[in-house]
Design a protein. Structure first.
Length: 644
């Protein structure tokens, strides 16, 4: 059985090497080794306290539709439609062709081709040490990135890549069938990190999550590498596949030559950008040229444009370049980010630079992980699906074209709202195991007149809340729920929100109530667990009104009273009167219950003070509190909500 063993320390590594004979590969950039071992050996090593985890090998495949069409079907005398659609000729006219930028194509290899300059590479598959392409897919992908101009004209079309002067590196991680495995892919990324690649192109997918793969991706991103991946070809009813689903990967969907989403493209909220992927003419094996389709073909367009931007802005970080992509895209579909096109079709924009593109950078301190790498404009900081609390945050504003700061405050477990800080300072706590529960962010100065800052949080049990902006609270209050991730984005003043904005903040629901008391009339409204009525005054309750406030779910509160001479009255809800006024009739019992979704998350408890009996025990959710057949008056009541 093939597996990856991730160790915690050097002791763990030594024990793996001693206990498992067949160690296939020792990774350079992460604390892991790949092994071939028996199930018993893996179980024994996994129980070792010096081992983090063990993960079995999994399968990946290329992300194209399977159709390969002869170039003779091409349009005579036209520019490649994908080149025109992405406007990269404007970058070439400015002198930017990707020169000096190192792009690793992790694929089936790259064949020698008159169009391609291959700067180096490696093979991690078992059956060959050559990175030569024995499938054709990797060569096609590489040609989209880096085919040379003026080499060959097919039916009048000059075959040219997006960034023709990049340094292409062939990292063969897939076999001649287009399939590969996790071990070989991890070795390929390990090589790319060790050899200082700028961009990694991943035109393959898997439906299976891998912790070690995500760790390797995060490691590459932390080393400053941009990672671009295909969303998958499972159609418009599918979701984005791995590795494109990972947070630090740029996920790409495909459009056809009418700039409409391709019917084969996987889609979803993880999509970042769209690029041409239908009938793309590019290089192939044996010096050939063919048309192929798929998100595999869309992905290298984005890798190529990133290479152009990397050459143009050599000092920018990977996070800054990723942010710059938004200004180098054309919005398609509904306004703003959407599940089909993400932020839009990738499109080189000569007029977009950092001076035009202020960016927000932010990092979160995550339980057991510590400080995460800084991300920017709309990227996720934190974790999803791991139950890890955010403990602190740093937010910084860079490249602002106007005067102003970014100011923020966090609501922390036990402490409440902390004092506001600004421009990269820490808000929250570290080393105290305190969860963040909410956050507020706003701009100051001239920046506030030109931009809105939007932000949303992923909350324990609730998932992603809606977007807040400009100082609104985002998170929860009174619910003891941890924040686990956050996204922040700048939008030009009064521009479209990045998503829905109806519920960015969830507060603990409360129940308020008032009783009508003999000789006193209506008492003041009280809330959660307070007493309404009297004690020791022999005054009967005659009516009640109950209201559910700030419920975070759909639903209401329904109640009925048992009244002297009348018996049980018809149920009423949400602030209506149950009982009588002006008839001198005593309440003898009450039933209260929640409805809808709120009933799935909360219980309503209540107890009554009864003539001659005093306080009865607490009851909940529609049970009868009071007496029957004893002619005893209710004198007071307490009601409270409790989480389910």
């Amino acid at each position: 059985m093939e597996a990856i063993v991730v160790y915690k320390n050097e002791v763990g590594k030594k024990e793996v090497l001693e206990e498992i004979k067949n160690v296939e590969y020792e990774f350079e950039t992460i604390p892991a080794v790949s092994v071939t071992a028996t199930e018993e050996e893996l179980e024994n090593i996994e129980s070792n306290p010096n081992i983090s985890y063990v993960e079995e090998n999994t399968t990946f495949s290329i992300s194209e539709t399977g159709s390969v069409n002869s170039y003779v079907q091409g349009l005579v005398g036209s520019t490649q439609w994908n080149i025109s659609a992405t406007n990269v000729q404007s970058a070439w006219a400015e002198g930017y062709t990707g020169q000096g930028v190192k792009v690793a194509v992790l694929d089936t290899g790259i064949s020698n081709h008159i169009e391609l300059n291959i700067s180096g590479g490696v093979s991690t598959v078992d059956y060959t040490r050559s990175w030569n392409d024995d499938n054709g897919h990797g060569t096609h992908v590489a040609g989209i990135i880096g085919s040379q101009p003026g080499i060959t004209s097919i039916n009048g079309i000059d075959i040219t890549g997006v960034a023709p002067d990049v340094n292409l590196y062939a990292v063969k991680v897939l076999s001649n069938t287009g399939f590969g495995n996790l071990l070989d892919i991890l070795e390929g990324i390990d090589w790319a990190i060790a050899n200082d690649m700028d961009i990694i192109n991943l035109s393959f997918t898997s439906a299976t999550y891998s912790q070690i793969f995500e760790q390797m991706i995060n490691n590459a991103y932390q080393k400053g590498i941009l990672i671009v991946a295909a969303s998958g070809n499972d159609g418009l009813n599918s979701t984005v596949r791995y590795p494109a689903r990972f947070n630090n990967v740029i996920a790409i969907s495909s459009v056809d030559n009418s700039l409409t989403i391709s019917n084969f493209s996987s889609i979803g909220d993880k999509i970042d950008f769209a690029a041409p992927g239908d009938d793309i003419l590019s290089t192939h094996n044996q010096g050939d040229y063919v048309y192929e389709s798929g998100t595999s073909q869309a992905t290298p367009h984005v890798s190529g444009i990133l290479a152009l931007l990397k050459e143009k802005y050599p000092d920018y970080t990977n996070s800054e370049l990723q942010s710059l992509l938004r200004g180098n895209s054309k919005d398609l579909g509904i306004a703003g980010k959407d599940p089909y096109y993400g932020y839009g079709l990738i499109y080189y924009n000569s007029n977009v630079g950092i001076s035009d593109n202020p960016s927000i950078y932010y990092s979160t301190h995550v339980q057991s992980y510590g400080w995460m790498e800084f991300v920017s404009n709309g990227d996720i900081s934190g974790t999803e699906g791991k139950a890890k609390r955010l403990e602190a945050i740093k937010v910084d504003l860079k490249h602002a074209p106007y005067n102003g700061d970014i100011v923020y405050s966090t609501h922390v477990q036990d402490y409440g709202w902390l004092d506001e800080v600004s421009n990269g300072k820490i808000s929250g706590t570290t080393g105290e195991n305190k969860r963040l529960e909410a956050i507020r962010i706003y701009l100051t100065g001239e920046m506030a007149y030109h931009y809105d800052v939007y932000y949303r949080v992923h909350v324990q049990d609730y998932g992603w809340l809606d977007w807040a902006k400009n100082g609104q609270a985002s998170g929860t209050a009174g619910l003891e729920k941890r924040l686990v991730a956050i996204e922040i984005v700048l939008v030009e003043k009064d521009g479209p929100a990045p998503g829905t904005v109806s519920q960015p903040f969830v507060v603990a629901p409360s129940v308020s109530f008032s009783t009508h008391v003999q000789t006193y009339g209506w008492m003041s409204v009280v809330t959660n667990g307070a007493l309404s009525g009297t004690e020791g005054e022999s005054k009967r309750l005659e009516a009640i009104r109950i209201t559910l406030n700030k419920a975070p779910y759909r639903g209401g509160i329904i109640y009925s009273t048992h009244v002297q001479d009348y018996g049980w009255l018809t149920e009423v809800s949400n602030g209506k009167i149950s009982g009588t006024v002006g008839e001198s009739k005593r309440l003898e019992a009450i039933q209260i219950r929640l409805t809808g979704e709120v009933a799935l998350h909360y219980d309503v408890y209540y107890r009554v003070h009864v003539q001659d009996f005093g306080w009865l025990d607490w009851l909940k959710n529609g049970a009868t509190a009071g007496t029957s057949g004893q002619s005893k008056r209710l004198e007071a009541i307490e009601i409270k909500l409790i989480e389910k």
